[in-house]
Design a protein around this ligand. Structure first.
Ligand code: BTN
Length: 306
């Protein structure tokens, strides 16, 4: 339906408008169907501050099966297990559900990060998901963090139209800040690949005291977004990148990895020693140069100079 002719339409930038009415920018270009558009300031969660009644609904931002399943394009995300709240999505799926089974929740009470750290995000602000993978025995399971990183980086780039980098072994960065982390946990011969992607957290809602400064998609470009289409896009990209890796190993996805290698050419700190990041190699190890000698790092944490 076209805009109501009687509604006053002040000139307003599309990006501001999208944020005000809690829809994505493309939706604004398309104009909301069957709605009279009223502009007013909101509290950022869909509540109207002016106290007036509005027919503009808050941004639909559910990750329920009804919202996500129609958007799925491949085999990942099936079955789709959703909880409002859980300890960790890593515990909601298991190998018996089959490859592609995916758990998602709005809130984790004991979210897990790498190296025994926690992972937290305010309810309903992030994409928190875990996907069951059944890699062939000849593949190196540790490479799956990088596989996940390529898929997440692709998704983030598609959403933001900005380039994303992969900080070995499991972080996805935009503008030197971490927007996502990946956790690969073995479950017998299967792997549960957990992904935490910061979408709508404000700066104040991001964790403090992290090894890498955090960011969300919202803090990166100021746009509040629906998570379901991003999740569906992430799952189909993960499936494609994973399939290439499954069939051809890290070599088969190396173009997407090497081009986004954040530590390449940076001053890094490994086990307390300062060195130079050379590159993630085709076996998924990080090559560094310390005191003029090359060394391959297989696991652990590498810090970089900000
Ligand atoms: C890291 O950067 O340390 C990895 C973070 C992984 C977080 C995700 S959120 C969904 C899944 N469930 C968890 O408990 N952890 C992973």
């Amino acid at each position: 339906m076209p805009f109501d002719e009687n509604v006053e339409r002040p000139s307003i930038a599309i990006s501001c408008l999208a944020d005000e009415v809690h829809v994505t920018e493309p939706s604004v270009h398309d104009r909301p169907p069957n709605r009279r558009l009223l502009l007013g300031r909101t509290d950022g969660r869909g509540g109207w501050l002016h106290g007036g009644v509005s027919v503009v609904p808050p941004m639909a931002d559910a990750l329920t099966p009804e919202t996500v399943e129609p958007l799925l394009q491949g085999r990942f995300g099936r079955p789709y297990v959703f909880r409002d709240s859980c300890e960790s999505t890593q515990r909601l799926v298991e190998a018996s559900l089959g490859e592609g089974a995916t758990a998602v929740c709005d809130e984790q009470t004991a979210g897990r990060g790498r190296l025994g750290r926690s992972w937290s995000a305010p309810r309903g602000t992030a994409i928190l998901c875990s996907v069951v993978l059944e890699p062939p025995v000849e593949r190196v399971i540790a490479e799956l963090s990088l596989v996940g990183g390529v898929a997440v980086a692709e998704t983030v780039e598609a959403v933001l139209s900005l380039s994303a980098q992969i900080k070995w072994p499991n972080d996805v960065l935009v503008n030197r800040r971490k927007v996502a982390g990946i956790l690969a946990e073995a479950d017998g011969g299967s792997v549960v690949l957990g992904i935490g992607l910061n979408v709508n957290q404000s700066r104040q809602e991001l964790p403090e005291d992290t090894a890498v400064a955090p960011a969300s998609l919202l803090t990166t470009d100021g746009v509040r977004r629906e998570r379901a289409p991003i999740l569906a896009d992430l799952l189909v990209r993960l499936e494609r990148v994973y399939d290439r890796w499954r069939d051809g190993g890290l070599d088969a996805v190396y173009d997407g990895l090497g081009a986004r290698d954040f530590l390449r050419g940076r001053r890094v700190v490994v086990d307390g020693q300062v060195g130079l990041g050379i590159a993630v190699d085709r076996a998924g190890r990080l090559e560094v140069e310390i005191d003029g000698r090359r060394r391959l790092v297989e696991s652990g944490e590498v810090l970089f100079e900000r």
